[in-house]
Design a protein around this ligand. Structure first.
Ligand SMILES: *Cc1c(COP(=O)(O)O)cnc(C)c1O
Length: 378
């Protein structure tokens, strides 16, 4: 038997969250304009949920966006026939051929990828997302070069190398009230007159600026790229998602493997980071940082046992944490402990206490934690 730790993945909640995004976009769309289409972002093994679960949970999405070619292959193997967007594009020549074979859409963000693309002998045209750097200075062409690259791509369209060309950018500060003003102006100034759909907007941009983006796009078809909100976690502290009806999609749980008394003043765990304030009892949970529970979770971080929140004591170890169960009666080894998710503290709450973000905790759940899904797919 494996250890009792488990990441339960709720594919119904994933589908529900996608439907909320779809509804938000519908409401934001100007009458007569196209409703934005949705790439569900499933990078990093679907934010730790398992790529196959995402294929099922996001079955209603218009496409899946990721960056690992092996994950793309797994999506196709799991039956995903709709578009797949590779967010970092090709890394090496072979990737272009894989993209052609699997029918993947490639982001093009750097001149070296243009060389890979022109050199490849593809058997069908590749759809390309041409990325503009609107200030983040991560990926994308500068505005000065953009039209030139676009022109080159149009040449490759003529030779059957390239299919659709979509204009793409990524906003660095979309969680801020005025965070997309400058980058959106630059994007529109650069791509405004060129033919082609647009792809903008992560979760933060959709939640905070969806209406504005819809107005800006007018009659242009937009493809948005939500990630974190589809997993029921917040893109930033100012944009909590549970109030908008998003549901948590991953519940990390384990069980107590020991319950024992401690006397007032006794130390707990490595370095005696905690000492028992009074005579009481502690529980040991089969979950540690090697499972992806954050080592920086401080003393007092909540977990839920039998419906009650109780605090973490001492330092998080590799395979175990210790919790204070003095206030609970009848707890015993085998009792379920919810670390985060449905029925427990939210992943955002744990992340905030540990000085990180929900994204990191979800993506960092390690391979040794079994994923259990309520998907009915065989
Ligand atoms: C990760 C990512 C997204 C999704 O971001 P969230 O904040 O998780 O919604 C969208 N676009 C790009 C290019 C990304 O890398």
């Amino acid at each position: 038997m494996p250890r009792p730790i488990l990441a339960r993945v709720d594919v119904n909640a994933m589908a529900h969250n996608l439907a909320i995004v779809r509804q938000n976009l519908r409401e934001a769309t100007v009458p007569g304009a196209c409703i934005p289409l949705i790439w569900a972002v499933v990078k990093a093994n679907a934010y730790g949920h398992g790529i196959e679960n995402a294929v099922w949970g996001f079955a209603a999405a218009d496409g899946l966006a990721m960056l690992d070619f092996e994950e793309a292959e797994r999506c196709r193997a799991a039956g995903w026939q709709k578009p797949i967007l590779m967010l970092e594009g090709a890394f090496e020549p072979a990737d272009v051929l894989v993209a052609s074979r699997l029918g993947l859409t490639l982001v093009l963000h750097d001149a070296h990828q243009l060389r890979l693309l022109s050199a490849a002998k593809v058997d069908r045209p590749l759809d390309i997302y041409l990325k503009l750097n609107t200030g983040m200075n991560r990926l994308g062409f500068g505005a000065a070069n953009y039209a030139g690259i676009h022109h080159t791509l149009q040449g490759l369209q003529a030779t059957g190398q390239v299919g659709q060309i979509v204009h793409m950018t990524h906003f660095a500060c979309a969680d801020q009230p005025d965070g997309i003003d400058e980058p959106l102006a630059l994007f529109m100034g650069t791509v405004g007159d060129l033919p082609g759909d647009w792809s903008v907007a992560n979760s933060a941009a959709i939640l905070r600026h969806g209406v504005r983006l819809a107005r800006a796009a007018g009659q242009t078809q937009v493809w948005v790229r939500p990630g974190i909100c589809l997993y029921g976690a917040a893109p930033s502290a100012e944009l909590p998602v549970h109030q908008q009806g998003f549901q948590q999609t991953m519940t990390l749980s384990s069980t107590l493997i020991s319950v024992h008394p401690v006397a007032a003043g006794e130390g707990i765990g490595y370095g005696y980071l905690s000492r028992a304030a009074r005579n009481g009892q502690v529980g040991v949970v089969a979950c540690g940082y090697a499972d992806g529970y954050p080592r920086h979770a401080p003393v007092g971080t909540p977990v839920t046992v039998r419906g009650c929140r109780v605090p973490l004591l001492g330092r998080v170890s590799m395979d175990m944490i210790v919790i204070d169960v003095s206030t609970l009666t009848g707890v015993a080894p085998g009792d379920e402990v919810i670390l985060w998710g449905q029925g427990g503290p939210s992943v955002d709450e744990i992340a905030a206490l540990a000085g990180t973000i929900g994204y990191e905790l979800l993506a960092a759940v390690t391979a040794r934690v079994p994923r259990q899904t309520n998907s009915l797919r065989p």
